[in-house]
Design a protein around this ligand. Structure first.
Ligand code: NA7
Length: 484
């Protein structure tokens, strides 16, 4: 890399930290990571709820260049993951590049560079912007009548209130995505009464969780091949490929296998037939993001736990009233109601060539060329942007592959042979058309509501195989890009 360039990275979560490390390793020193929060870690900073666990095996949810022998369990708890990112930031010497409490409010292309404005009015500029602003952080506050009337404590799962006592309390958890399921599982033995409100039941994929012993950790430390065997082994990647085949072909044998696992899990684990039927979804497994859990059905069958299906009528002073009149008194209500997953870098204003506004560009749905670049927005790259792979994959692996793609796109600029790069409008329009058509046929589009869907009900995801994604990221198709 020879030309002197300035980079701005938006966000110090997993992807932003990756970009900072990779830039530094390549010899770049003129870059800043702006982070709106008061610490790094993105989703692992925002989410602190009891039971928080990553559903990707811990050794697979690490950077390829920073294996971590110290994980306590096969699936790592959230606080450990956050601590891992803190450690990596120090180990790779990028902390000084990160500015906390610095929200980027606008990125505007002035014809030559990006002019960047922070919420406090400060200005900066960059030749290249990396948007690593995450997906799941704009909380969905449900519009349930009577919320203001509740006399107890009520908060969203991503705004956990540590001052609220939980032990021996009557707790209602609204929502049964991964978050609600993990919270209920963690609180089942602590609450006097725990009511899990489920608007639509979820399929649960049974997985094995186990702790790593000190001996396991010593073995990982002594021999990194043991970590690699998990990270790159057939068990994980075979599972990913089978899961991916299922997603993209709902009629495949792989999909039937997943459905069988989930159905058998429900039928063999839940003993009471009435409860079993309450917990049985009326849509296909993996249509919503598949929930991995080793103990949710055990929690759901505990005497202190009530599974409440149906429609919530309103929140009252002392509890929640259902449309059928059922009422449970509650001290605490947790809103595990998810996120607005279509925001990406917004509400930051992003204006590309000739003042083109990202919000307008995304008026139908958020999109990016191969999930990374945007026509009309030169030198603007997204990590984990719209239309990337989703599913129970490691987003770290996805971001690393996207970074390799970005580096190749930047190469002519870094070498001084060009000043800007962007995808052609025709190439992106073609990608979008093909992607939407394929996405409609995936399991995500098979008839359920989920955060994967855009406002027209089209899955906002990578609809092809994981290998096709890896191949696309390995080498950009130069004919789809314009360097100037
Ligand atoms: P999700 O998966 O989007 O789940 C949100 C849950 O909240 C889901 O069960 C919704 O029911 C429920 N919800 C949302 N609004 C309401 C209202 N108004 N009333 C009742 N129930 C409601 O979010 P999570 O935080 O669990 O997980 C997000 C991702 O984070 C997860 O996939 C992992 O990638 C990590 P619905 O199913 O729409 O009927």
């Amino acid at each position: 890399m020879s030309t002197k360039l300035r980079f701005i990275i938006v966000g110090a979560g997993m992807s932003g930290i990756l970009a900072a490390i990779r830039l530094k390793q390549s010899g770049q020193t003129d870059f800043t990571v702006y982070e709106k929060g008061n610490s790094i870690g993105g989703t692992w900073r925002e989410n602190r709820y009891p039971g928080l666990t990553c559903d990707v095996p811990a050794h697979c949810y690490t950077y390829s260049f920073a294996p971590h022998p110290d994980w306590s369990a096969f699936y790592a708890p959230g606080p450990e993951i956050r601590a891992y990112f803190e450690k990596v930031v120090d180990d790779f010497g990028v902390r000084d590049f990160i500015r906390l409490n610095s929200e980027v409010s606008a990125c505007e292309w002035d014809g030559a560079r990006w002019q960047v404005t922070l919420a406090d009015g400060t200005h900066d500029h960059a030749d290249i912007v990396i948007a690593a602003s995450g997906v799941l952080h704009h909380v969905n506050e449900p519009d349930i009548p009577g919320k203001a009337d509740f006399a107890g404590a009520m908060f969203h799962s991503a705004r956990w209130d540590d001052s609220v006592a939980l032990d021996g309390k009557r707790i209602g958890v609204i929502g049964n995505g991964s978050t609600g399921v993990q919270i209920v599982t963690a609180l089942a033995d602590r609450a006097a009464h725990l009511v899990h409100y489920q608007r639509s039941p979820q399929w649960i994929m049974p997985v094995q969780q186990f702790a790593y012993s000190d001996a396991d950790r010593s073995a990982f430390r002594a021999d990194s091949d043991k970590i690699d065997a998990i990270r790159f082994g057939d068990e994980y990647w075979g599972g990913i490929r089978r899961f991916n085949s299922a997603i993209i072909d709902p009629d495949s044998a792989e999909m039937r296998e997943i459905e069988d696992y989930c159905r058998r899990n429900l039928e063999e684990t839940v003993r009471d037939p009435a409860l079993r039927e309450k917990l049985r979804p009326d849509y296909r497994a993996a249509c919503k993001r598949l929930i991995y859990s080793w103990n949710y059905y055990d929690a759901a069958q505990k005497p202190a736990v009530t599974i409440q299906t149906g429609r919530i009528e309103r929140i009252e002073r002392d509890g929640i009233r259902m449309a059928d009149g059922t009422f449970y008194p509650l001290d605490v209500i947790v809103l595990a109601t998810g996120f607005h997953a279509d925001r990406f870098i917004r509400p930051t204003t992003v204006r590309g060539e000739n003042g083109a506004d990202l919000d307008t560009f995304w008026k139908d749905r958020p999109t990016a060329h191969y999930a990374v670049t945007l026509p009309g927005f030169p030198n603007f790259f997204m990590l984990n942007g719209p239309t990337g792979p989703v599913g129970n994959f490691s987003l770290i692996d996805i971001a690393e592959r996207q970074w390799d793609y970005i580096v190749q796109l930047m190469e002519p600029i870094l070498e001084g042979r060009a000043r800007t790069v962007q995808p052609t409008r025709a190439a992106h329009a073609d990608y979008d058309r093909r992607r939407i058509e394929a996405a409609r046929g995936t399991i995500f589009g098979s008839g359920c509501s989920s955060w994967y869907l855009d406002k027209d009900g089209v899955p906002l995801t990578w609809p092809w195989s994981y290998d096709a994604f890896a191949e696309a990221m390995a080498k950009p198709d130069a004919s789809q890009y314009a360097w100037a």
